[in-house]
Design a binder for this molecule. Sequence first.
Ligand code: GDP
Ligand code: IMO
Ligand code: MG
Length: 446
Amino acid sequence: MPVLVVVGAQWGDEGKGKIIDLLTERVDIVARYQGGHNAGHTVVVGMEEFILHLIPSGVLHKGKQCIIGNGVVIDPAALIEEMDGLASRGIAIDENLLISRNAHLIMPYHKAIDVANEKLRGNKKIGTTGRGIGPAYADKISRRGIRMEDLLEPDIFRDRLATNIGEANFILERFYNAPVVNQDQVFEEYMSYAQRLKKYVTDTTLFINQAIAKKKKVLAEGAQGTHLDVDHGTYPFVTSSSPTAGGACTGLGIGPNTITEVMGIVKAYTTRVGSGPFPTEQENAMGELLRSRGREFGATTGRPRRCGWVDTLIIRHAVRVNGFTSVAITKLDVLDTLDELKICVGYEYKGKLYEEMPSDLSVLERCTPRYITMPGWKQTTIGIRKYGDLPKKARAYIEKVCRLSGVKPAIISTGARRDETIIMEQPFKKAVKTPAPRGKKTSAGR
Ligand code: GDP
Ligand code: IMO
Ligand code: MG
């Protein structure tokens, strides 16, 4: 019953799409468990680049089942656009996609409220993607959300829409002084989406659990990253869902005991989009260099990503809250030209040294990072496929980051393409390990 959960260890955009696409070969099902089309997961196949937002990053492989789980919030217009975009590039979306009946819908008023709220916050804004993610999850938690299954029942949908749109329009008009949303228009629009999407909608929790019982392998795809998690991230500068590994259980309806591995995706440096604390941020030529070499511009909004040094405190926090069994280090090649590299090992604030990440936002916002410095390797690592072929100084950097963070690297990514990868340990090794024969002493029994 192996389930592998893939989670971003930082603030998103760690390169999850690339690693998930790579691991899809080894699994039967790829299932997204949270977030919405705020995500942008890039997969490069040969010369072609695909950016997935809602559809699992496993979709480029034939014969793999992709699932959008109950924990995801779906803007049907965005989903249909993504399906059409893939189809126009020869990627068929048919029986290979299933959508949970219980996934909540993003409605046009969610988007309008998201945008209006950011505008009102001014320089205190979260820097959301403006996709309506927060308001959609707020309605879900307030028990008035509209789900995929409601979309398939016109009378129920009409009724729920009428109740919700009244309140949403009141807030839009009276509180935000923003344009309201037309109920009849939304109804007609969403009914046309229902026609298009109904064949994909099913009880995905039952499907996944039955597959797990048949020993199918499942990859649970996380979007965003640990520090954008609504509970464990840099609140309130977070998204409104649970990207951390526990989110896979609630977002797909699987028991924690079905999870055999949790892989953290760790970028070899750090980036963040939107507002919020970022202790190792480099608002200088170094940050510019990382941005241009790493092509650090949002895959969803095109915004320039904030860039900085790797931070072992935030990785250690991610290890704690996710229980990583291994990590994939991505974008090592971006660091190829640097003379020296800094690794954050602590924060100093008001005379105190923090060696573990504090949850206190004011410390994170004002602390001075304490670094160690490593020499750069000053040669290309692009496309290297064997660990031993990496320059010695690059290996020393990886080993130092991993040791300080308390993680074990299973994969090192040396380029955006599938083949630009070093595989040190195959996932699911533990799950497929054959038990010791009866009577023979295992190391645990000694
Ligand atoms: P995700 O949201 O975690 O899936 O990450 P994004 O797709 O938003 O951003 C990662 C970017 O880095 C994409 O443009 C990828 O094509 C690219 N990428 C992934 N791995 C590597 C790598 O090892 N080296 C380089 N140079 N680019 C990479
Ligand atoms: P992937 O899956 C990076 C950020 C936004 C903002 C905050 C809240 O590609 O890693 P939201 O629209 O979710 O309410 O915005 O979260 N954010 C991301 N940052 N990668 C993402 O997804 C993100 N999804 C949301 O920039 O700071
Ligand atoms: Mg992304």
